[in-house]
Design a protein around this ligand. Structure first.
Ligand code: FES
Length: 118
């Protein structure tokens, strides 16, 4: 039976506005978790414009302002807390959000389909 929850990292591993942490879903799709304004958010790491990973340098997902996730390929900007594309070739579309919880210093991913070890 597929797992429904998995420890991704410790809370202290994610600095607010710092690098994202990458992980892999069971179906092989890359994903990431980012702390932004104190909250953790996770998305499938695939641009809504063309299905490529957003980051050229692993985990470097925020733009210079620290306010937007940016796709390194064509510069689409995404709201870190909703995944909505606010500027660029896919404006109005969004990243696929993943469900997380953060409790007792741990960040867990929840998915009925489970996920693979990286
Ligand atoms: S592939 Fe991301 S903006 Fe074009």
């Amino acid at each position: 039976m597929a797992r429904v929850s998995r420890l991704i990292c410790l809370s202290g591993d994610l600095m607010d506005g710092g690098d994202a942490l990458r992980f892999v879903l069971d179906d092989g799709r890359p994903a990431f978790v980012q702390r932004w304004h104190g909250q953790v958010h996770a998305y499938v790491n695939s641009c809504a414009h063309v299905p490529v990973e957003l980051d050229w340098n692993p985990g470097k997902l925020l733009d210079d302002s620290g306010e937007w996730l940016i796709c390194a390929t064509h510069g689409a900007l995404y709201a870190p807390d909703s995944g909505e594309c606010v500027a660029g070739p896919c404006a109005g579309r969004r990243l696929q959000a993943l469900r997380l919880t953060e409790e007792n210093g741990e960040v867990h991913f929840h998915d009925n389909e489970g996920m693979a070890d990286e």
